[in-house]
Design a protein around this ligand. Structure first.
Ligand code: AHG
Ligand code: MN
Ligand code: MN
Length: 332
């Protein structure tokens, strides 16, 4: 059976539903998908192409940069740069914004991305990923500015993620449902494998770094205790699942249900994960699939970033559990 819908055709189909579409967003999404195919190969072959290990530098996050972090970042910057449709980029690996080359400031969009998520897992064969968010500039006809990133997630035009695991998957939304594609490496095409992904109402797993338990606030400690307690009415205990790659934990919860938490704690006052290119794009996907995402209390999609690398607590996954944490957090 010949697969008829690849990502390029599917994106084009979605574009045709918007008669005034210029095709720029289509080009941007295809440029990101192209970059994901290249990063997939980099991750798969790093071990024998001398791409394993660290660059010896530290990024703006204060984290040691892996060669693959840098190569993934460079791949996306070059492909998006040559697409001509972005006015400005934010990357986890770049201290400051990346502006479009001369004469290309007319790009309608700004893009924020985490080029390689979960890279601490690269030494072993644990899935890692890429996460991206696309906003329209607040005003057209002028060069992009950092202000164009200070928009809430509710203003996103598109967001998505890739996972480099047993298969390379590409999951995205333009606000009309969430759709999943699987890379067929034999033809280099992303084939539609999950149309209109809908999360279940609730899950059976919870994901949190229990090593931080001594730092949690009381509502988080109370919730995690409830996850472990035998209670027929609450249908607990749940199972613990924590990969250490946000995209992998998120993808499992999106499809099978469950909750992921990276709360603020005494060590990380605003949590560890970044609002612009981790929390907001995944919150957009979660809500499009019927799930939810908060900073414990406020919807992530309502938060307005003030700094391109600002961190945020993140509670994300199926609505039943995210609302449970919100109730506990409000009571305290
Ligand atoms: P990144 O590799 O882009 O820096 O992201 C790593 C994040 C996220 O993927 C994961 O959920 C979290 O860090 C794990 O943090 P801990 O190791 O502190 O649990
Ligand atoms: Mn990340
Ligand atoms: Mn990263």
């Amino acid at each position: 059976m010949i697969p008829t819908l690849n990502l390029t055709r599917f994106i084009r189909q979605q574009e045709r539903k918007h008669p005034h579409a210029s095709g720029e967003l289509t080009d941007l999404l295809n440029s990101i998908a192209f970059g994901v195919k290249i990063i997939s190969q980099l991750v798969a072959t790093a071990g024998f192409k001398g791409l394993q290990g660290y660059t010896g530098t530290t990024n703006v996050q204060g984290e040691s940069v892996q060669i693959l972090d840098q190569e993934s970042d460079r791949t996306l910057i070059e492909l998006l740069g040559s697409s001509g449709h972005f006015g400005m980029l934010v990357s986890e690996e770049r201290d400051t914004v990346v502006t479009a080359s001369e004469g290309r400031e007319s790009g309608k969009y700004v893009v924020a991305f985490d080029p390689l998520d979960g890279s601490s897992n690269l030494g072993s064969n644990i899935p890692v990923g890429t996460i991206f968010a696309i906003w329209k500039k607040r005003e057209q006809g002028r060069p992009a500015s950092v202000e164009d990133f200070m928009q809430p997630g509710r203003a996103l035009v598109a967001a998505g993620y890739a996972i480099y695991g047993a298969k390379t998957a590409f999951v995205y939304s333009v606000g009309a449902g969430v759709h999943g594609f699987t890379l067929d490496p034999s033809i280099g095409e992303f084939i539609l494998t999950e149309e209109k992904i809908q999360s279940p109402a609730r899950g059976r797993t919870y994901s949190i770094n229990e090593g931080n338990a001594g730092q949690w606030s009381p509502p988080i400690s109370e919730f995690v205790q409830a996850m472990k307690r035998e209670d027929k009415d609450l249908q607990t205990p749940y199972s613990a699942r924590y990969v250490g790659s946000l995209v992998a934990d998120f993808d499992r919860n999106l499809k099978s249900g469950g909750i992921f938490l990276y709360p603020a704690d005494k060590k990380n006052k605003s949590g560890k994960l970044r609002l612009l290119y981790e929390a907001i794009p995944l919150a957009f996907i979660a809500e499009q699939a019927g799930g939810a995402a908060t900073d414990g209390i406020r919807d992530i999609l309502d938060l307005i970033p003030e700094d391109i690398h600002q961190r945020s607590p993140l509670v994300i996954g199926t609505r039943h559990e995210v609302e449970w944490v919100r109730r506990l957090s409000k009571e305290r």
